[in-house]
Design a protein around this ligand. Structure first.
Ligand SMILES: CC(C)(COP(=O)(O)OP(=O)(O)OC[C@H]1O[C@@H](n2cnc3c(N)ncnc32)[C@H](O)[C@@H]1OP(=O)(O)O)[C@@H](O)C(=O)NCCC(=O)NCCS
Length: 200
């Protein structure tokens, strides 16, 4: 399974001082707060850590619907510049982190999924457009290219929680994750080669 989360760094709620006075204490572990205190780019690190926890939560919730979002219990480890992990009650998830000037995007995957292909994307929402429609259109368009089917044959119904990808109305055994925040939408999906062959 997979989880993803995007944070719009232009959104006023991400600006320094915009959070509740005890936000960091409530959300971050001691080690994470130490990393924040030492960081030359506290804003990006803060929202990377947040997106890591949200993406891990989306994954963990799919594995066990009883999981609640207790952010401090999703512990992020930054092993090196490009290697990050989240641990949560026995789960160990590998993170893929993309930090741009306008947004932070994080994808969480099971360690065991390292061999499968991950298709993902981030896109701005046009002013006036519905983010939930935009993220579905982005995911279906990108996945249609990866799966070799027409985008119009793919759908992600709004009613399903967690989101589920369908081909001609029939659920596909592919796990997809959606996110929208401010000016951006993002998705991630895990593809395994044998599934690709069957669909093609
Ligand atoms: C599921 C949850 C994580 C969504 O996170 P969010 O940051 O609010 O919103 P995002 O845009 O990133 O994600 C929304 C998408 O998550 C997906 N989602 C919803 N429930 C989900 C679940 N149980 N498992 C996995 N994905 C889920 C949906 O696809 C949804 O998009 P859609 O409504 O267009 O289908 C949210 O419901 C939640 O529980 N967040 C906890 C946040 C919180 O407690 N904050 C308090 C501050 S400390």
């Amino acid at each position: 399974v997979i989880g993803n989360d995007v944070v719009d760094l232009g959104d006023p709620e991400t600006h320094p001082g915009a959070q509740h006075a005890r936000f960091d204490e409530r959300v971050f572990s001691d080690a994470e707060r130490e990393a924040l205190a030492a960081s030359p780019d506290r804003v990006r690190l803060r929202w990377m850590l947040w997106a890591a926890k949200e993406s891990a939560f989306k994954l963990a919730k799919k594995r066990d619907p009883r999981v609640h979002f207790a952010p401090r219990r999703f512990e992020v480890t930054i092993a090196s510049e490009n290697i990050h992990w989240v641990r949560h009650e026995g789960l160990s998830l590998a993170l893929r982190v993309e930090i741009r000037s306008g947004y932070v995007h994080v994808i969480a995957r099971d360690e065991a999924a390292a061999g499968s292909v991950c298709v993902s994307g981030v896109e701005p929402v046009r002013p006036g457009d519905d983010a939930r429609a935009t993220v579905r259109s982005l995911a279906c368009t990108r996945l249609s290219a990866a799966l070799g089917v027409a985008a119009s044959q793919l759908s992600i119904p709004r009613s399903a929680t967690p989101p589920a990808l369908r081909l001609r109305g029939v659920p596909l055994p592919l796990d997809v994750s959606l996110s929208h925040h401010g000016r951006f939408v993002a998705f991630a999906c895990e593809l395994e080669s044998p599934q690709l062959l069957e669909i093609a």
